[in-house]
Design a protein around this ligand. Structure first.
Ligand code: SF4
Ligand code: SF4
Length: 252
């Protein structure tokens, strides 16, 4: 049976931030196509120099992040059939990061932020044993594919450009996975409060809404970290207990 096709219109950002504009392309699309398929076809047929960053095509490498009809999404996981029918599909680069060309942005700021964090630091003479519930608790955080869609959508970065003061939701997820790791001995609480700037997050949940891995960023990473900061710095009873018994071994 022949595949059912219909014409679809795409408005794709071409050029650089200083000298760029949305250009129109029309192709025949078939059922099941995703936005990345359409970009590849447009690249093959009309504009061989169309800048796209992609790799696995299966939602696991986090490379093909873009803004589709103004919403941060992975191009490889966005079916054309899930977008409004009969309307042009607008595809642009992530707005929170400097554009390089067409749909490609420079996300290197994220890697610089990552380097500022103390990595996993096991307790001395640790016994390498964990309970299943401890594994389960951090498993969700470790699903992150570093697509940076949450970073792109977070208004603290996007609208207020607080990149110097705030690490963003992706890295609060990383800090939460380390803070909840039972074998980790590093104390990152001061870093989370001061350098990572967790106080700038006002728990709008926008980051969770765009996460392709469905990580509950605010509920299961940011809020638990905020609670630990409150316990550490603002709970008078815990402060008194710490003064009497000394600093706790754990970073909780
Ligand atoms: S919940 Fe916090 S981190 Fe997530 S988008 Fe809102 S302000 Fe940003
Ligand atoms: S937390 Fe989710 S949205 Fe953010 S970088 Fe990781 S996978 Fe992407």
């Amino acid at each position: 049976m022949a595949e059912k096709t219909h014409e679809a219109v795409f408005l794709i950002f071409r050029g650089t931030p200083e000298n760029g504009e949305y250009k129109e392309y029309r192709i025949q699309v078939v059922d099941g196509m995703v936005v990345l398929d359409a970009m590849m076809e447009i690249q093959a047929k009309f504009v061989s120099d169309l800048g796209i960053r992609c790799n696995c095509g299966a939602g696991k490498c986090g490379s093909c992040s873009a803004e589709i009809n103004g919403v941060p999404r992975l191009m490889c996981k966005t079916r054309l059939s899930d977008l409004p029918e009969g309307q042009p599909v607008k595809v642009g680069p992530l707005k929170s990061f400097p554009g390089i060309k067409d749909l490609v942005t420079d996300v290197s700021w994220n890697y610089e932020v990552n380097k500022t964090m103390t990595p996993f630091t096991p307790h001395q003479d640790t016994e390498w044993r964990m309970q299943q519930f401890e594994v389960d608790r951090i498993q969700e955080h470790r699903k992150c594919i570093e697509c940076f869609l949450c970073q792109d959508t977070c208004h603290v970065i996007r609208e207020h450009d607080k990149k110097k003061e705030y690490c963003g939701p992706r890295f609060l997820v990383r800090l939460a996975s380390l803070a909840m790791h039972p074998l980790d001995a590093a104390d990152r609480m001061a870093f989370i409060k001061e350098k990572a700037g967790i106080g700038l997050c006002n728990v709008t949940h926008c980051c969770s809404d765009v996460c392709p891995e469905k990580i509950r960023i605010t509920d299961n990473a940011i809020i638990p970290l905020k609670e630990r900061i409150a316990d550490r710095y603002y709970d008078p009873v815990l402060t008194l207990i710490r003064r009497i018994f000394g600093k706790r071994k754990s970073n909780i």
